[in-house]
Design a protein around this ligand. Structure first.
Ligand code: NAP
Length: 458
């Protein structure tokens, strides 16, 4: 370990973003035998990133990770600067002057584009907007989703598509005791959606749902999962994929589809249709979404790298609302290199690079490092690896000189009149949300506007 840092002159780190990868970086730093001081910057007053505003409200167990993050936040070495946007309120060069190293853990905040005509028609939404809306994210609080139509389409067959379609498929009784935002519950109560199509460009063996998430469609109160048995036919490469011992998850998913295909829907009010080997080519409608044109695909390539190839045959699906759920991508942080193609910050082992050369003091972890893949826990080894790279560099980081850390940051924010939110402030918001939730028989009722959150503190 480095001689550069000691109790009176600790290694000072800024973490940008308060989601799982940021907190796992803190955990990894605190476990090391080096004196540290850590400041976390979050553009919203409220912490926890996608654990708060991405995880579905009806999956409360996944939110247990928050308990670990909240206990890390009690460490004396930790300072939280909520409601501070890096790039707007404070820039990267300023952080470099106040901290030895900066770990960018700011996730993947936007969606990938389909790049087809009609994608931006009213009624065509990204999964991010809908997920943020039902989870009470302030950015999406005022989005409107017209649920007065009978048919919704979700493009993509990953776990986000599963969340979006399950929330559309559930009854209000199934949702009303979760922490779903009240405005979303009210809108969903009026929903007239009856048929939900979840469209995969590849086959049932390549769907990216995890079996636990897919199984839930067979357990809904008033909605049946529907699969056309003909669509479960497999090409030889897909058979090989499902026979592979390493792919037990894929096999379970396929068996669940088989189970759905064997059970015709009963008299449930809603149906979720899983359909495969179709790519969206055009979304159309006079003033809003009315139709989706799909091209039938065949699969080509070796097992586990099969691609969807258009056949030149098409079909149309009438639909009144559409959600694109084809993966997330990161957004650039001003002053930090960005790989536009992949939507990530270019890096080698967590060290940010530009033209293949490391950029001093900058590190990256989580989705903005590796792309939007994996579950919450996947971020732990990812952040551990980044922290290991950072600690290998302590000699160089020490040579960047004395840093003012949290104290200097406080001075700067006060000078600029920036209303930052401390962790104690967040705990006050947290308690208020839990208390409000108790009056509605919910684990919490989230405050969904920044002014409301700040109002609680003033
Ligand atoms: P994902 O798992 O990568 O799924 C994206 C889906 O979009 C795939 O089916 C993909 O098909 C499809 N797709 C991509 N480009 C397309 C295009 N141009 N046209 C049509 N389809 C396209 O992404 P995600 O669902 O956003 O999830 C992100 C990560 O978060 C995943 O690791 C997921 O497991 C995780 N997550 C976990 C949970 C949970 O644990 N409960 C909940 C939510 C999210 P191809 O396979 O053909 O590319």
């Amino acid at each position: 370990m480095s001689d550069s840092f000691n109790e009176s002159s600790p290694l000072k780190i800024a973490i940008v973003g308060s989601g799982p990868s940021g907190f796992y970086a803190i955990d990894a730093l605190l476990k090391k035998d080096i004196p540290v001081e850590i400041s976390m910057f979050e553009r919203l007053p409220i912490p926890y990133g996608l654990v708060r505003s991405g995880v579905a409200p009806d999956h409360p167990k996944l939110k247990n990770a928050i308990k670990v993050y909240a206990s890390l936040a009690q460490s004396p070495e930790f300072t939280y600067f909520g409601n501070v946007s890096v790039g707007r309120d404070i820039n990267i060069d300023e952080l470099k002057s106040m901290y030895h190293a900066i770990i960018l853990s700011c996730g993947a905040e936007t969606d990938r584009k389909l790049g087809i005509p009609g994608e931006d028609l009213p009624g065509s939404h990204t999964a991010t907007e809908f997920v943020g809306w039902y989870n009470g994210h302030p950015d999406y609080r005022d989005r409107e989703f017209d649920l007065s139509c009978e048919t919704a389409v979700i493009i993509g067959q990953g776990n986000v598509a599963a969340d979006v379609s399950r929330i559309l498929a559930k009854t209000v009784d199934e949702l009303k005791h979760t922490d779903i935002a009240e405005h979303a519950l009210e809108a969903l109560a009026e929903s007239r959606i009856r048929d939900i199509y979840v469209v995969g460009r590849r086959g049932p063996a390549q769907a990216k749902f995890t079996s636990k998430e897919l199984k839930e469609f067979g357990e809904l109160a008033d909605c049946a999962p529907v699969v056309d048995p003909k669509e479960l036919a497999l090409n030889p490469a897909s058979v090989t994929e499902l026979e592979d011992k390493e792919n037990a998850g894929g096999k379970k998913v396929y068996e669940l589809f088989q189970g759905f295909a064997e059970n015709p829907p009963g008299n449930q009010s809603r149906r979720v249709h899983f359909t495969f080997c179709k790519s969206p080519v055009e979304i159309s409608g006079k003033v809003r979404v009315e139709k989706l044109k799909l091209e039938f695909n065949r699969l080509s390539g070796e097992p586990f790298s099969q691609a969807a190839e258009g056949t030149g045959e098409f079909m149309e699906l009438d639909c009144g609302i559409l959600f694109r759920s084809i993966g997330y991508r990161g957004v650039p942080v001003p002053g930090v290199p960005f790989d536009e193609k992949r939507g990530v910050i270019p890096n080698r082992d967590g060290r940010v690079v530009e033209d293949d050369k490391p950029v001093e003091q900058l590190y990256v972890s989580g989705w903005i490092k590796r792309g939007a893949t994996g579950i919450i826990g996947t971020n732990k080894p990812d952040s551990v690896a980044t922290v290991a790279s950072l600690l290998e560099d302590t000699g160089k980081l020490g040579a960047t000189g004395e840093k003012g850390g949290a104290e200097a940051t406080l001075r700067l924010l006060n000078e600029r009149g920036i209303r930052y939110v401390s962790f104690a402030d967040w705990e006050k918001i947290d308690r208020a949300e839990i208390e409000l939730g108790q009056t509605r028989d919910k684990p919490r009722e989230k405050y969904t506007r920044i002014e409301e959150m700040l109002g609680l503190l003033d």
